[in-house]
Design a binder for this molecule. Structure first.
Ligand code: ARG
Length: 461
């Protein structure tokens, strides 16, 4: 079996059926450059421990660079006989530097400690890309919020009109959720920045190679404390998949808002042509496909997380081949976010808001009834009574088919003498929104302070 990493104790090569099942080069090739980075670091450790002379180490690094160039150029492809990326790259390295030198690189390492390290490097790298894309999306939300800082929309609970809120407040709410996504990635990266290299297959090293040297070269904080844990744990992968799924779920919720806002019934937004799609049969259609794909892909991100957890749950220590199943789901989560986030940012930053329509709808559904009750409280009425009085006013207005602000003095007085005409000072959406000055509230000055805090938190995350 040409170039295989094992074979001597076997009477023949693997069956084609086994090879087809076992092979992972069609997905773990994404780790090729990380594998080579690991080999550079490992070669340095071998040199420092005296297993490679300075000349040998130099030739090894030159050979690895050549292989890396071919990977980058896309001219290096796995052979059908390669089981995985590690075997393929070692085979090519031996072809490049010769068997006498190339054969020395495997001393003191196993694919088990390699793969556990490389998947961390891959995820740490991509977490930086995803963080950048999240920052762009937060920026798009914040810019839309700032551009519409006085627009008032119907705030809803249970999807029913509840209380008016600023559009900026609503957009920034998603900004906070996404900032927490960035912070989760940052917190995760501290746990991910560990190097299992040197743990060998499971039991640790005998050759006296310096694992901190390897960790340093790879930009990881420290070696794994326990070789069994280092080679066999994948909670770092599952945690990443959770953070990705949570980001996907937050995007999906915003996507659902946009899909609703874009309906004729809501009429709150118009999507830019470049960020919407048409129908093959209905010429008039303009569909919110980016939002729908984002919503749909949240399902996939959740599936990747649950699949991974299911793979892990029955595994005894240490390495089991099941662990090879960690890569496809988490690579898919990475690629999914890396394609959804830029499209989503483009859709948000080009969204046109119909603030007149939002303002028209904001007072509907008696959404100022709480303001009436709280106004009564400020006049000294106990809240239980105030709630009853305001509720009676809603019922009377509903029977007459009018809004709260249209109730005349006589109607107000007939409900309760405490309902003087002064109550009208809170019967405007501006008055309602403006009065919610508590911390985190929707009053314009609170929302604008909140926006500065949001920008600061995003920049420091
Ligand atoms: N391809 C394996 C993985 O992705 C790593 C190789 C370990 N193989 C083995 N037979 N121990 O986890």
């Amino acid at each position: 079996n040409e170039g295989a990493l094992w074979g001597a104790r076997f009477s023949g090569g693997p069956s084609p059926e086994l090879a087809a099942l076992s092979r992972s080069t069609h997905f773990d090739w994404d780790l090729a450059l990380y594998d080579i980075a690991g080999s550079h670091a490992h070669a340095a450790a071998l040199e420092s421990a005296g297993y490679l002379s300075a000349d040998e180490a130099r030739d090894m690094h030159v050979g690895l660079d050549e292989v890396a160039d071919r990977v980058r150029a896309g001219t290096l492809v796995a052979a059908p006989s390669d089981e995985d990326v590690h075997g393929a790259l070692e085979r090519v390295l031996i072809e490049t530097v010769g068997p006498a030198l190339g054969g020395k690189l495997r001393a003191g390492r196993s694919r088990n400690d390699q793969i556990a390290t490389l998947v961390r490097l891959y995820l740490l790298d991509h977490s930086r890309t995803i963080t950048r894309e999240l920052l762009r999306l937060i920026d798009a939300l914040v810019s839309q919020a700032a551009a519409h800082d006085s627009a008032i929309m119907p705030g809803r609970t249970h999807l029913q009109h509840a209380q008016p809120v600023l559009l900026a407040h609503h957009l920034q709410a998603y900004g906070w959720a996404l900032v927490r996504g960035i912070e989760r990635l940052r917190d995760w990266s501290a746990r991910a920045s560990v190097s299992p290299y040197g743990g060998g297959a499971l039991a640790g090293a005998t050759l006296g190679l310096d694992p901190q040297l390897v960790a340093d070269r790879l930009g990881l904080a420290r070696p794994a404390e326990n070789s069994l844990d280092g080679t066999a744990s994948r909670d770092v992968v599952a945690e990443f998949a959770f953070v990705a799924a949570m980001i996907g779920v937050d995007l999906s919720r915003l996507a659902e808002d946009i899909i609703l806002w874009n309906t004729r019934e809501f009429g709150f937004v118009t999507l830019d042509d470049a960020y919407s799609t048409g129908s093959s049969i209905m010429p008039q259609k303009k569909n919110p496909d980016i939002a729908e794909l984002a919503r749909g892909k949240a399902g996939r991100l959740i599936g990747n997380l649950s699949g991974l957890l299911a793979t892990l749950k029955g595994l005894p220590l240490a390495y089991n081949r099941d662990l090879q199943e960690d890569k496809e789901p988490v690579f898919d989560s990475v690629r999914t976010l890396e394609v959804v986030l830029p499209a989503f940012s483009g859709m948000i930053s080009t969204l046109q808001f119909h603030t007149d329509r939002m303002a028209d709808l904001a007072p509907q559904g008696f959404s100022l009834a709480t303001d009436v009750a709280e106004w009564l409280v400020r006049q000294g009425v106990p809240f239980r009574d105030a709630h009853e009085i305001s509720g009676a006013l809603v019922r009377a207005c509903e029977e007459r088919g009018i809004g709260l602000e249209q109730a005349d003095d006589g109607l107000l007085a007939s409900i309760d003498p405490a309902l003087t005409p002064q109550v009208r000072e809170v019967l405007t959406i501006q008055g309602s929104v403006g009065s919610r000055t508590g911390v985190g509230g929707t009053a314009p000055e609170r929302v604008s302070e909140q926006r500065s805090e949001l920008i600061a938190r995003a920049q420091s995350a």
